[in-house]
Structure formats: structure tokens, C-alpha cells
Unconditional design. Structure first.
Length: 225
């Protein structure tokens, strides 16, 4: 961490931003919130950062105990200390969801990140009684696990032996998650395929839609300039 970039204030927020305020740092955390990643996997998600800058950012996060590197897999993972950033970072994502305009091209959207943000958006208790192991192919390949009232989202296919599978394009997944479309309608139109516990998938999508409506209901005030 370069001294010249520090705020130099005895303030908890300023101290946090000394670590997190550099460009790309929070987006690196975004990737690790989806599970362990190799250096090349992180770089593949944000090629514009360049390998030298990624090395620098990871070195800083490692030096303050936010990430560690596994052996022999050579994967970067969040430490327990780093996991404390999960809710703050994903809450920023939810705040950003409310700022995203309807003109955003759905095919360019990170469906795994939308699902990940829902892990902190869904109301407490909303998933009680729901059990689901799900492998999702929606532009991104990721897994959803629901159990004990909690939702977990991870990169890559589900490790379960026989998960429910969901296949759709990115636009359909976004529409379902934001409550703009019902699963039954998407299935009938041939844009959504569910193999397994379709009822549990519908319940999860409904919980996503409820959460999205809460977090996207506030729109910026019109400019008076």
C-alpha cells in the first residue's frame, strides 16, 4: 500500500478506504466472494486491470489479512477477516442495482453477481423451509445452494451429485430476478428450462423479485438544471 495514497486520517472509514479505495480492489473482492480463484481466473474477469496491477492489489489485500493463498491449488481465498466485507460489498452492489438504468444490455450483465447480491437482499426468514441445490447456466455458470434459511452463490457448476438445473439466457435470468417475468411464462415461451425441483426454483425467483422491488424502488430525483 503506497503511503502517498493514504488519507492520513484517524478515522475508521478513512482507514478502510486506505485499503479498499484503490481502483479494482473492490472488484477483486467481488470475484472472491463467489469462491476461491486462481490469479488467471481473476485476471480473466477483469483483463483491463493488467497482471502487474492485479499482483499489486492482491499483495495489499494479503498484507492486511483480507486474502490468503491456498497450497497446492494456488487459489486466492478470503480469510475470516476478509469475509467480514461480504455484507458491505454486496450492499454496495444492491445500491448500484438501484442505479442501473433499464437501458443496460441484459446480455452484458453478470447474472452470477445479481444472484450473489440477492444473498444479502432477500428478507430474513424468507427462505425458511426451502432446500435447493441448483446448477445455473445463464450466460454465467454458477451454483445456488439454499438451506437453513440461507442462500449461497458460487462460481462454477454445483458440486452436488444431482442438482436441479436451470438454463436460460442472461436477459431472462435478469427479468426473472427483478420480477419482470414469471417462471411459468418464461418456461412456456421456451426461454427457461428447469430440470428438477421447479417449485423450489419458482419460490427462490419470487424471493429474488421481492428483494429487487425493495432495492430498486427509489429512483434518482429529476434534474432541475
Amino acid at each position: 500500500m503506497t503511503t502517498a495514497r493514504r488519507y492520513g486520517q484517524a478515522c475508521p472509514l478513512a482507514t478502510a478506504m486506505d485499503v479498499l479505495g484503490e481502483r479494482w480492489t473492490v472488484l477483486i473482492l467481488r470475484e472472491l466472494l463467489l469462491g476461491p480463484k486462481r490469479f488467471t481466473e481473476i485476471l480473466g474477469r477483469m483483463p483491463s486491470i493488467g497482471p502487474n496491477r492485479l499482483t499489486d492489489r492482491l499483495r495489499t489485500l494479503h498484507s492486511v489479512g483480507v486474502v490468503s493463498k491456498t497450497e497446492p491449488a494456488q487459489e486466492y481465498v478470503l480469510t475470516d477477516f476478509g469475509e467480514e466485507l461480504r455484507v458491505p460489498v454486496l450492499s454496495l452492489g444492491l445500491w448500484g442495482l438501484g442505479l442501473m438504468s433499464d437501458g443496460v444490455e441484459p446480455s452484458a450483465a453478470r447474472t452470477d453477481m445479481v444472484a450473489l447480491c440477492m444473498t444479502v437482499a432477500v428478507a430474513p426468514g424468507r427462505l425458511d423451509g426451502l432446500a435447493l441445490e441448483c446448477d445455473v447456466d445463464a450466460g454465467e455458470r454458477f451454483s445456488l445452494t439454499v438451506g437453513a434459511g440461507r442462500l449461497r452463490v458460487r462460481s462454477g457448476p454445483s458440486p452436488a451429485s444431482s442438482p436441479t438445473t436451470v438454463a436460460c439466457d442472461a436477459g431472462t435470468f435478469i427479468a426473472l430476478s427483478l420480477g419482470h417475468e414469471e417462471p411459468a411464462a418464461a418456461t412456456e415461451a421456451g426461454r427457461l428450462t428447469v430440470d428438477g425441483d421447479a417449485e423450489a426454483v419458482s419460490r427462490l425467483v419470487e424471493a429474488f423479485a421481492e428483494a429487487a422491488r425493495r432495492h430498486t424502488s427509489v429512483q434518482p430525483a429529476p434534474s432541475t438544471a
